[in-house]
Design a protein around this ligand. Structure first.
Ligand SMILES: [Fe+2]
Ligand SMILES: [Fe+2]
Length: 141
């Protein structure tokens, strides 16, 4: 979707906020279930959280790379560098999600998996902040 929503700071920020707060809540849910020793349900919640990252966050990244990013770079050639950096952030998110999936299938829901879920939250928050700043708040280049 390269709808106008991605080009508008307020709407795009709302997409980022919604995605992030859902991921934070679902991560906390996994941790709470682990504390309660509900191991099987925690594992299901972790699988659900992976799915959430794929369908909410990675699909948003894909939509940006298909429409919004090339459009911004074409309209503002000075933004090509920013687009390249932001695309690398997306790659990091994809790599972490892929790693989580193989860790989950090989060793189950370990503390290392939880660390990677937190890494996703951090990388994604920084990425969204930079994306809004570079492409939507000061796209004068
Ligand atoms: Fe993005
Ligand atoms: Fe975005």
């Amino acid at each position: 979707m390269t709808g106008p929503s991605l080009r508008q700071l307020h709407a795009h920020h709302a997409i980022h906020q919604g995605g992030l707060s859902g991921a934070v809540a679902k991560t906390e849910e996994v941790e709470k279930l682990l504390e309660l020793h509900e191991l099987e349900i925690a594992r299901q919640a972790a699988d659900h959280l992976v799915e959430y990252w794929e369908t909410r966050i990675l699909s948003h990244a894909e939509a940006e790379e298909e429409g919004f990013y090339p459009e911004m770079a074409a309209n503002h050639p000075g933004l090509q560098d920013a687009v390249t950096k932001l695309t690398r952030d997306h790659e990091l998110l994809r790599t972490i999600v892929t790693d989580i999936k193989s860790m989950l299938s090989e060793d189950g829901l370990t503390p290392e998996v939880l660390q990677q879920f937190h890494a996703l939250l951090v990388v994604n928050a920084i990425h969204s902040r930079d994306e809004e700043r570079l492409l939507l708040e000061e796209p004068s280049l």
